[in-house]
Design a binder for this molecule. Sequence first.
Ligand code: FES
Length: 206
Amino acid sequence: MKKPGNGSSSGKKGNTRKPKSTNGAGDSSSRLDPAIARWLVAAVAEFPASRSSTIPMLQSAQTALGYLPGDAMRAIARHLGVAPAVVEGVASFYAQFRFNAPGKHRVTVCSGTACYVRGSGKLMEDIQADLHIAPGGTTADGSISLESVSCFGACALAPVVVLDDKVLRQQTSASMKKVIQELSAGPPKGRTRSARSAPAARGARK
Ligand code: FES
């Protein structure tokens, strides 16, 4: 899927760490963050040093780490024998990749047709205004990340928002404001009763 230029998911934002001046993925692993180093050892063993491994390795890194740290992309580049900009360019082309550490909670708004005609566009605008972030961003306190997806496969429940792995059906700006307030206030005293929920839908994307 081609990235529609959705705000903060640009490939350069999260790359604040200094590049490691190393020659190979194995040589550099001891100087990496331990989580990245663990992923890298397994990834180098799994994926051949071919450009065709670029996207699979990016997906693997994001699955293991939650997002794509600059060090992970540079490690991929070393393994594949290409410039880091090549890997970063591929990653930034696809909306599926994240370049910032995800928040404690993930709010994903469906922008598919069924949800859109039932108001998900306005819903997303209001959530953005409440959180002061754009899709792909994370609140300053790290509590909430905001994302969008084209369809969760739960169109009968439109407009749909997924909070972490829970589908919230037929959401409104008011109901989501309550959800966000509860998330921002810390652990809820009960479950989030303000939003009608349903089990995670088939095809819901993390
Ligand atoms: S369009 Fe939103 S769940 Fe299908």
